[in-house]
Design a protein around this ligand. Structure first.
Ligand code: HEC
Ligand code: HEC
Ligand code: HEC
Length: 441
């Protein structure tokens, strides 16, 4: 073929791509919803605002929309993704820098479709792929709550994303593939309680956002629902039949864990889960019960697999355990301030060692109202080789699952900060058991 012919074909190809892109962008446009200058001065019934406050807690809005040390809901928190940094936005009712002139329609569209008032597509770092299931009533209550918060003037921080993801119209393609808009249809073959649990868990609670793995496009992998995911440098363990807890969860233990952030047989919720449970305490008992019913159905039932091998190989790991850990974890002390026997520990029995590495390196921060940490960090006392020996020993002694691979690298990357682990809550609320005197236990 002559060079000219090839050039002509190439030119046509470029034209076709450009036309295709233009048609796509035209289709991807979303209209702006007119400003409502009086949105932030509306009055709402006190009961609606109060319900919105509880719903906002379940949705954990404050955690993502607050930069530590700055006013609540004013945004600016850096959310790392494999594609770059995304910054949460100001959702206080400031008319210029926040959502103070958003009508309820605009707010509902953001929650359901991930589109802002001006018509721009939003990144799914804002979990609208799950909030889309929230009912109109609950969205209205959330709106009432946000619109009655103090307005804070704070300009949004521009995102820093790899090329070409900074170009928002691309998100229309993502949504076409991965956004399943609207409420979940209730299942007739399940109880009302189960359906209520599904509504909260799969919607506002956005539990799958951490507990389900993501595909290469950052979308939740629906074929592996609740199969375990990653969040803020922690492993959000599987909540389906692969749940690694040595003692299977029961209705009662799950309710206690969700309500108070710890349970006698399962220990304390660590990492980002501590904040989730700290927020769930605002839910009425009936809702916590419903979530537990739904989650238990996801997990199914199975036999316990608590392992404590007396014949685990002695050596450096065994010595460190005896000298450093046993005083708390082998002493039969009650939860949440005593260490759980590690044979009952989910992290020690999980497929990936990351949570144990995080716990041993950084410890567990103090509970609300307590001065001392629940568990001190041993990052300074133990070097990498000590940590690797200890982790190998814990796994060999307290789990029947295969040995962890790549411990050297995982410990090294965690210590060097290459693998970013969030150990402090996003909003400055202290981590740890929500309320030690809560009912249950
Ligand atoms: C996991 C983190 C996360 C959580 C939880 C979260 N958001 Fe967001 N939200 C974001 C991010 C990030 C953005 C900005 C997305 C972008 O720039 O495209 C955002 C954007 C928004 C917007 C659009 C605002 C604007 O100015 O364009 C609204 C409205 C919003 N969130 C409301 C909420 C509400 C209400 C909740 C709780 C029910 C909530 N968010 C929980 C991360 C989160
Ligand atoms: C921001 C991320 C995140 C969100 C959102 C989240 N989780 Fe978790 N969850 C985690 C992490 C991380 C762990 C592991 C904590 C640990 O080992 O102590 C965890 C642990 C758990 C466990 C304990 C499992 C076990 O066997 O030890 C349960 C139960 C649980 N989550 C339920 C939920 C429910 C229900 C929701 C929704 C309301 C939810 N999670 C939302 C991150 C999250
Ligand atoms: C001063 C007491 C203390 C010491 C020493 C201590 N821990 Fe802990 N640890 C705790 C407490 C309290 C908790 C929270 C309750 C719980 O979940 O076990 C905890 C939690 C844990 C957990 C999470 C257990 C779960 O599934 O909830 C692991 C894993 C753990 N510690 C490992 C270790 C290891 C390994 C060492 C030794 C290097 C150690 N701890 C030393 C008190 C201690």
């Amino acid at each position: 073929m002559r060079a000219e012919a090839i050039l002509r074909i190439l030119a046509w190809f470029v034209v076709l791509v450009l036309v295709g892109a233009a048609v796509f962008l035209w289709l991807a446009r979303r209209p702006a919803i007119p400003e409502n200058p009086s949105a932030a001065s509306q009055a709402f019934p006190a009961a609606t605002i109060a319900r919105g406050a509880d719903l906002a807690a379940v949705g954990n809005c404050v955690a993502c929309h607050t930069k530590p040390g700055e006013p609540a809901f004013a945004g600016g928190l850096d959310i790392p993704t494999p594609f770059g940094e995304i910054y949460s936005t100001n959702i206080t009712p400031d008319p210029e820098t926040g959502i103070g002139n958003w009508s309820l329609d605009a707010f509902r569209r953001a929650m359901r479709e991930g589109v802002d008032r001006a018509g721009n597509h939003l990144y799914p770092a804002f979990p609208y792929d799950q909030y889309t299931r929230v009912s109109d009533d609950d969205i209205a209550a959330l709106y009432a709550y946000l619109m009655t918060r103090p307005a804070v003037r704070r300009e949004d921080t521009p995102n820093r994303l790899v090329f070409p993801l900074g170009f928002r119209p691309i998100l229309a393609g993502w949504k076409l593939l991965f956004l399943d808009k609207g409420e979940l249809p209730p299942r007739d073959d399940k109880s009302d309680q189960w359906n209520r649990g599904a509504y909260l868990t799969e919607g506002l609670g956005h539990c799958a956002g951490c507990h389900t793995p993501r595909n290469a496009f950052g979308a939740l992998d629906d074929n592996r629902h609740f199969d375990g995911g990653e969040a803020e440098g922690w492993q959000a363990v599987a909540l389906n039949a692969s749940n690694p807890a040595p003692v299977p969860w029961t209705q009662e233990t799950l309710q206690q864990y969700l309500r108070q952030g710890w349970n006698q047989t399962h220990g304390v919720a660590a990492g980002p889960m501590a904040e989730v449970t700290a927020n769930l305490r605002f839910l009425p008992d009936a809702d916590i019960e419903a979530m537990a019913v739904y989650l238990l159905d996801q997990m199914g039932s199975r036999a316990p697999r608590v392992t404590d091998r007396a014949d685990a190989p002695a050596g450096r790991g065994a010595e460190i355990y005896a000298a450093t850990c046993a005083q708390c974890h082998d002493a039969g002390k009650p939860q949440p301030f005593g260490g759980l026997p590690l044979s009952q520990s989910t992290p020690v029995n999980a497929p990936h060692p990351q949570n144990v590495v995080n716990l041993v390196m950084f410890g567990l921060p103090p509970a609300d109202g307590e001065a001392a940490p629940i568990m001190p960090g041993f990052g300074n006392a133990l070097n990498d080789a000590d940590m690797v020996a200890l982790l190998g020993y814990l796994r060999a002694r307290f789990s029947a699952a295969p040995a962890w691979q790549g411990l050297d690298r995982i410990v090294g990357d965690t210590r060097s900060g290459r693998y970013r682990v969030t150990t402090l809550p996003a909003n400055g609320i202290e981590r740890g058991p929500a309320n030690v005197n809560a009912k249950g236990d």
